[in-house]
Design a protein around this ligand. Structure first.
Ligand code: ARG
Ligand code: ZN
Ligand code: CA
Length: 354
């Protein structure tokens, strides 16, 4: 609910004195209502006619203050995370049964990238580079309220060595996720799996888009609750700069696959719009590009502008990414305000993470 107060002041006087009084009154009123969040004020002056030197000035001050349970502007959004580590009976630390430290390294990367944190890989000096003001925390409690043995981790023996890739009609979507997901109104579900097969520039991860955000470029139905979240190949999860994780696969070894997929999960599209120069990502501050960029192509030029290859929503190597933009932030804010499952995450932080 938004409270509104209007104060209407009507003065009849000469211009000079009106402006003086008006300014004085405005200052006093701002003092009185200084605990209100937004103050906007305007003067409206109307001449009554040539013969009358008098003016009528109306001063309208409107203040709005949002209720406490609505996310205040500029407050960091805190998202509880559960990582379902899908293994095949290996010991912890062996193959896909990754360690807590590897998971922790990924959460650190997310908090650097989504906060544009200084002195980390996530910092940039781009004039449109945004601090997304979102932070990720390993959940400390399960849906039934039990304290987790390892924060943010749910280890599951999936009973198979490899998980076929592809988003539709595969066992990850039809079997694994529905059997293991935690309430997506409370947790961001991340599944780490062994995709299997070739591990070069293959599938690194994928995500489910939000539903009912109202945003251009997204379907109203992003998918079911039981499949909501992101899936990441365990060799691309976490950062090899933050521990001794030698099997993390370079050049996708700095945790940016998860940064990218969570970008989708929060409503972002690929920087090249998944098409040529006539389509974009519905963000004005990301220049159109004709195709994805791979590797680390500085000064790559397409669609009459330099491509923003450093954007997390491109396909560049992990080491070359460091930017989300202001317009991308505004899409994500819309999702966090509108999308049924996403907008509740924030309220559950206290219950699940302390
Ligand atoms: N879904 C994309 C893929 O599998 C993720 C790309 C992430 N890029 C990266 N440098 N980590 O190709
Ligand atoms: Zn993508
Ligand atoms: Ca764009």
């Amino acid at each position: 609910m938004i409270k509104q107060h209007f104060l209407l002041i009507d003065f009849f006087s000469y211009l000079q004195s009106i402006m003086n009084i008006g300014q004085g009154v405005l200052i006093i009123l701002k003092q009185i209502i200084k605990n209100e969040e937004h103050i906007s004020s305007r003067f409206y002056c109307i001449f009554f006619g040539k013969a009358i030197i008098g003016l009528s000035c109306l001063m309208l001050i409107s203040c709005t203050k949002e209720d406490e349970n609505i996310t205040a502007p500029n407050e960091t959004i805190k998202i509880p995370v559960i990582v379902h580590i899908i293994h095949n009976g290996e010991e912890i630390g062996e193959g896909p049964n990754i360690t807590f430290e590897q998971v922790k390294s990924q959460i650190e990367v997310l908090n650097e990238d989504y906060r544009k944190k200084e002195y980390t890989n996530g910092f940039n000096i781009n004039s449109v580079g945004a601090d997304m003001e979102i932070m990720f925390f390993l959940a400390e409690y399960s849906p039934s309220g039990n304290k987790l043995a390892e924060a943010g981790i749910d280890r599951v023996n999936g009973g198979r060595q490899e998980w076929p890739k592809g988003i539709l009609r595969n066992p990850i979507e039809t079997t694994l996720k529905p059997a293991t997901f935690w309430d997506p109104t409370k947790y961001l579900n991340i599944w780490t799996v062994n995709f299997g097969g070739f591990t070069g520039r293959d599938l690194l991860g994928y995500a489910q888009f939000p539903s009912n955000s109202g945003l251009a470029g997204l379907n109203s139905d992003g998918g079911l609750a039981e499949t909501d979240g992101v899936v990441i190949g365990y060799k691309y999860f976490g950062s090899s700069q933050k521990g001794d994780f030698d099997y993390i696969f370079s050049p996708f070894n700095l945790g940016r696959t998860c940064t990218h997929e969570i970008g989708h999960w929060l409503g972002l599209r690929h920087i090249w719009g998944d098409g040529e120069c006539d389509v974009d990502d519905y963000c004005y501050d990301t220049p159109n590009a004709s195709e994805p960029s791979y590797g680390c192509l500085q000064n790559k030029y397409s669609c009459r502008s330099y491509d923003m290859i450093e954007n997390y929503m491109d396909y560049s190597d992990d080491a070359c990414m460091n930017t989300f933009t202001i317009d991308q932030k505004s899409r994500i804010t819309t999702v966090l305000n509108n999308s049924p499952r996403r907008k509740n995450l924030y309220n559950n932080y206290k219950e699940l993470v302390q």
